[in-house]
Design a protein around this ligand. Structure first.
Ligand code: F6R
Length: 252
């Protein structure tokens, strides 16, 4: 695992946006795994800015989002489809037919999503956030490392953390469909981003705790090509010398 620490969240967004743009400019066709949540909001803002003010085109891009809530109306502003449309897809020249979310209809085999990813040639780069409890996507503590896309009951800590997007915690869905840990581990490269002191303990656990299903993010230590990008607050429990520090210059 390569660990990179930048000064603050703005620099983290710039680092990830540049990473994304390098992929797009270097390939005729690229398949990304994408995350929602506040860690990536600034990244998407920068990508939209680059599309509008520079020559960044999303025409070669295909995307598979990590997860989707169950039991929300399709026009609810907090479905991850609607969040991604608002923050990115509606603002760039991506072909929306190339943007995918886990299937949330009942009576469906959720792992059909794994088949779709495989049919697309697999994920070139998977962008991930991390939950305060060490979840990646919505794979909560206790999820099998062999899991494919599946339905989950969201942990109380996750519903508590995500209530900021809803009027109250009661309104946060109790279930979601998420890529599984084995789905994520199949990506050719993984970039995990975390910002702020609330994530520091999860980052410490991911890097130093025993590899265990009780701490889902530890599975990433078994992947050969992972970059962890942190701001100083999220990196506060790391020893200096255990990571590269990078100064980020320029807006994007
Ligand atoms: C979202 C997702 C989650 C978030 C994580 C961090 O698609 O899969 O794992 O990445 O909960 O969320 P934020 O970025 O809001 O702190």
């Amino acid at each position: 695992m390569q660990v990179v620490v930048v000064n603050e969240k703005e620099a983290l967004s710039t680092y990830i946006a540049r990473d994304f743009m390098n992929y797009v400019s270097g390939h005729n066709r690229v398949v990304f795994g994408l995350a929602t949540g506040s860690t990536f909001t600034g990244v998407y803002k920068k990508l939209v800015h680059q599309h509008q003010n520079s020559n960044l085109s999303f025409k070669p891009v295909m995307t598979f989002n990590l997860d989707e809530y169950m039991d929300l109306e399709s026009n609810h502003p907090q479905t991850y489809r609607n969040v991604m449309n608002r923050n990115l897809f509606d603002c760039v020249d991506i072909d929306k037919r190339n943007t995918f979310f886990p299937p949330i209809k009942k009576n469906i085999r959720f792992s059909v999503y794994d088949d779709m990813i495989e049919k697309a040639g697999g994920i070139d780069c998977q962008y991930l956030g991390i939950g305060v409890n060490g979840h990646i996507a919505f794979n909560e503590p206790g999820t099998s490392f062999t899991s494919k896309t599946h339905k989950v009951a969201l942990a109380d800590a996750t519903r508590e953390a995500n209530k900021r997007f809803f009027d109250s915690k009661d309104q946060v869905p109790k279930h979601a469909v998420t890529m599984g840990l084995s789905t994520i581990m199949k990506a050719r490269r993984i970039v995990l981003a975390a910002s702020g002191e609330k994530k520091a303990e999860a980052i410490r656990g991911m890097l130093y705790d025993p590899i265990s299903e009780q701490m889902p993010a530890t599975v990433l230590r078994q992947h050969p090509n992972v970059v962890v990008v942190l701001d100083r607050a999220a990196a506060q429990f790391l020893e200096e010398g255990e990571y590269d520090t990078t100064e980020i210059f320029g807006a994007c």
